[in-house]
Design a protein. Structure first.
Length: 422
């Protein structure tokens, strides 16, 4: 009995194990087997997650249980619900795409109707799609220049521009970041004119042309910061300095502007300084520098060997014009104890030398200019400065009995004096 009872218990235990295993889901069995021995996983078919159904072994003796039938029905219902939900999402997506496509078409139609075909207007803001009101484009305004348009040139004072070879310099109210070009012209007529004048000078023949020979001609052009041709405003002038080696050999020049009506005089009686001529100009194109052949008298004032000032007059200048041209320059620096007495043409003046006032200097200069005879000339007036000594005479008791003033040219270091007290 005892042996039968033991066998019965073992059989019951084995049946229990089989039943428990048969009731376990296949994926748990797969995981259990995989955990215990991964090599057996190839013989186990896991349940498909996408459909939620199990693969049933192909066996004609297999009869599904009620639980399997319920699970299959539940899985099939879930699949149908999932498919229906997917169809609804697809339909909603297609509807949304259709609405978006219609909105885009409407927006493109609105843009095409409001924006001109010109590519320059592509930066205009688009119309409000939410309202469909495209009139907003009409109110768009800005103080900034339109794209592609050049801003006005910035012009300011105290600007200096140099040509490429620095032979022309401009100063004054000019464009910021501007530039200047100066092209030297060689005119055949000017060459011929200069050649004839040279021959006349060679043979001592006085030229009847008061303008003299052309020395240099420059076509001056100004560009602003946008590289656009630029001219000064009406009434504004720019200081122009031109350097040319031909200016170094002549005493005076005139400057002409080549205009539509021929040459127009801009400046005359200019004395070149180190080969440079400076004048004012209000319009820029071609300027011609011409040697001036009009005879002139250069009036120079000196204090000893130091030049004080220099003026120039012509034979044709009137007395009123000379009064304006020759002004009183003063004697310069006069040391303490010395005195300025007047002007003289004698550098080694003495106490007895006649002295001139400034009015007498003007009159003397006019007379000299009248005798130029077609040639330039110069005259120098020296400031007559004397050392001054005050003499006092006293008797034996120290009482002052007389006085006198003695003067000596300031360049002298010694002088004689005669007492004159009878």
């Amino acid at each position: 009995m005892k042996q039968t009872s033991g066998i019965t218990r073992m059989l019951a235990f084995f049946i229990s194990v089989v039943m428990i295993v048969s009731l376990m889901p296949l994926d748990i069995i797969a995981e259990t087997i995989d955990t215990e021995d991964p090599g057996i996983i190839d013989f186990v078919t896991p349940r498909e997650e996408e459909t939620g159904s199990e693969e049933i072994p192909d066996s004609g003796d297999y009869t599904p249980s009620d639980e399997d039938v319920g699970a299959a029905e539940q899985s099939e219902g879930s699949d149908k619900a999932t498919d229906a939900a997917a169809e609804e999402v697809a339909e909603a997506t297609e509807s949304s795409d259709a609405v978006s496509s219609e909105e885009n078409t409407a927006s493109e139609s609105s843009d095409n109707s409001e924006v001109p075909a010109s590519s320059e207007n592509t930066d205009l803001p688009a119309a409000d799609d939410s309202t469909g009101d495209t009139s907003a484009n009409e109110d768009v305004s800005s103080d900034e220049p339109a794209e592609g348009a050049e801003a006005d040139a910035v012009v300011t004072d105290n600007i200096t521009l140099y040509s490429s070879y620095s032979n022309v310099t401009l100063k004054g109210e000019l464009p910021v970041d501007g530039s200047v070009t100066a092209e030297k012209h060689i005119d055949a007529a000017s060459v011929e004119k200069n050649f004839i004048k040279g021959l006349k000078n060679l043979f001592g023949i006085r030229s009847s042309d008061p303008a003299g020979a052309d020395l240099a001609s420059y076509d001056i052009t100004i560009y602003d910061g946008n590289n656009t041709l630029w001219q000064p405003e009406e009434g504004k002038k720019v200081e122009v300095t031109i350097y040319d080696e031909s200016f170094e050999s002549v005493p005076f020049v005139n400057v002409y502007h080549e205009g539509e009506n021929g040459r127009e005089l801009v400046a005359e009686d200019i004395r070149p300084e180190n080969g440079s001529v400076t004048f004012k100009a209000s319009h820029f194109s071609v300027y011609v520098v011409v040697e001036s052949t009009v005879p002139r008298l250069t009036v120079t004032f000196k204090n000893g060997d130091s030049e004080i000032e220099s003026m120039i007059i012509k034979e044709s200048d009137t007395a009123e014009e000379v009064d304006q041209i020759i002004w009183d320059p003063g004697a310069g620096t006069v040391p303490n104890g010395q005195v300025f007495k007047g002007w003289t043409t004698e550098q080694n003046y003495t106490v007895a030398t006649p002295l001139l006032t400034i009015a007498q200097v003007r009159a003397d200069a006019i007379e000299r200019a009248a005798d130029l005879n077609g040639s330039n000339s110069t005259v120098t007036y020296y400031a007559a400065i004397f050392k001054q000594f005050n003499m006092t005479y006293k008797d034996g008791s120290g009482i002052i009995v007389g006085s006198d003033v003695a003067i000596v040219p300031n360049r002298d270091t010694t002088a004689s004096y005669t007492v004159n007290q009878g």
